[in-house]
Design a protein around this ligand. Structure first.
Ligand SMILES: [Zn+2]
Length: 274
């Protein structure tokens, strides 16, 4: 994650540079969560102006601030003594959510990231605290309070579904080669989709079967497949396996007139698709 540095949000210099007091990581023992108790849209610079002009502080009080989008702003930074919680400004890193008891998942994620980063830099676990646990205040509001009490859990985003492997059809002359997967329809599974389905559907349509050429292998495609398999003497499975795929392109009209009519001309079987 990225921290917007002071220069990035137009910070003014602390009132008196001699009052900027640094501590070391050995002094930091806790991480203190706040909210600003103001509008979510409040600019960090406006908060700083209020802390300096209104409260008479040397600088913005917090070490870091996080907005509703999860953007992190540098306040006094990791190791400068803040002005956020009496008696805990040397030991505690003060982090404020910009808002009033309305934290977002993105803000929580960033606050948690700051906490983990602080522990990493300190080389040990810091205590998870809220302003209200250390001082008589309602800050940071019940929602952030409950979240810190729960251990600052992060809602994991569900992993993106693995992309379907792109099916490429390799041609051998005019004949598309078996794509390597069996086309089948299972109502309990997501419908198969791809160029292989489209190519097979197009061939069947060309042969006179009533089939939508839409790249989706659904119940209608499976029904046409069963009809086609029946007509060509293949095991009737409704699945376009290698034998069915190859037959789709290798099947030729029987040379003798007494042979069964080609399945492509059998409207009764093709009608099964409806
Ligand atoms: Zn507070």
């Amino acid at each position: 994650m990225k921290i917007i540095a002071r220069s990035g949000w137009g910070a003014r210099a602390p009132k008196n540079s001699r009052d900027v007091i640094h501590v070391t990581w050995a002094t930091r023992t806790e991480f203190v969560v706040h909210h600003t108790e103001g509008p979510k849209t409040q600019k960090v610079r406006a908060i700083q102006d209020f802390h300096i002009n209104g409260n008479g502080w040397n600088d913005i009080g917090y070490n870091f601030l996080v907005d509703e989008h999860g953007t992190i702003y540098e306040g006094r930074g990791w190791l400068v003594v803040g002005a956020h919680c009496p008696d805990h400004n040397r030991t505690g890193i003060g982090v404020a959510f910009i808002g009033s008891n309305n934290p977002t998942a993105l803000a929580e994620k960033s606050i948690r990231w700051l906490y983990d980063e602080a522990c990493r830099k300190a080389g040990r676990k810091l205590k998870k605290r809220t302003h209200g646990q250390l001082y008589a205040t309602a800050c940071p509001g019940p929602r952030l309070q409950a979240w810190v009490n729960a251990g600052m859990p992060i809602k994991e985003e569900p992993p993106a579904p693995a992309p379907e492997p792109a099916i490429k059809i390799i041609m051998k002359g005019d004949v598309p080669q078996w794509p390597g997967r069996v086309l089948e329809y299972d109502p309990d599974e997501s419908m198969m989709f791809g160029e292989d389905v489209r190519v097979w559907q197009a061939k069947l349509a060309k042969r006179g079967w009533k089939i939508d050429v839409d790249s989706w292998y659904g119940p209608k495609s499976a029904a046409v497949c069963r009809g086609y398999q029946k007509g060509t003497g293949l095991p009737v499975t409704g699945k376009v396996d290698r034998a069915t795929w190859d037959m789709t392109w290798s099947w030729t009209k029987p040379s003798t007139p007494s042979a069964a009519p080609p399945p492509s001309c059998e409207p009764t079987t093709a009608d099964e698709a409806n």
